[in-house]
Design a protein around this ligand. Sequence first.
Ligand code: ADP
Ligand code: MG
Length: 255
Amino acid sequence: MSELVAGRIIRHAERLKLSHLTDTAEQLCQRADDAQLGYREFLDLVLDEEVAVRESRRFTNALKLSGLPHRKSLDEFDFAFQPDLDPRKIKDLAALTFIDAKANVCLLGPPGVGKTMLAVGLAIAACQAGYSIYFTTLDDLVRNLSDAEATGRFRKKLQTYLKPALLVVDEVGYLPLSRAEANMVFQLVSRRYEHGSMIWTSNKSFSEMAQVFGDDALTTAILDRLLHHAEIITINGPSYRLKDRTLTAEKGDRH
Ligand code: ADP
Ligand code: MG
């Protein structure tokens, strides 16, 4: 390749923001020579690598901004530990059709059964598939919205929770909300209703939600929209956090 052409390819690639091609034009040509690639194969190689690099950068950046508390994937979930949970239900959800259907998922159950881990795993799968995601606990959500309200930025802040295709709201029901906070949750749920998916995790049953939102009518209004299109998974099983303690106790028992 003449110096002139080589330089122009890099300048054009840079201008078109094809960063991988900018960095590797010479090596790509060398590889095409070595493997005696045809024109189509070469174009395919160049575009394929550019897309792969771009996609992996998007995924990394999106995960960084997602608010996820960790990066454990669904593959790491030990279904054998939670025999009452049907793995097929999670696998069906991992196909992510609920996001296209703007439907919700509620993961209910006592502490330690893996609600947060499953929500995170589904969110990572969604992010990998190109959906925008955001993770928050309910407490952080209402605190952020209340702070924004106090400084006249409520509408803008609400957008953070409205924009993503999938919003995870973790730990619903740990603390009861004030009337104003419950109203914010209602606004969020009604604005996302049939527009975007949510995954809610909670240690409370739906019948206990009135204690969280403080008011029967408001609770009904929230649950009505949340549950109209929703998959509800209740995990009634042992706490994974206590797993090692249980094993140690069992070992101890045997002696
Ligand atoms: P919850 O949100 O229901 O309280 P978490 O998802 O936070 O529970 O799970 C508690 C801890 O145990 C986390 O570190 C999680 O990754 C792990 N964990 C829970 N269930 C499983 C499981 N079935 N397989 C592997 N790790 C699990
Ligand atoms: Mg949790």
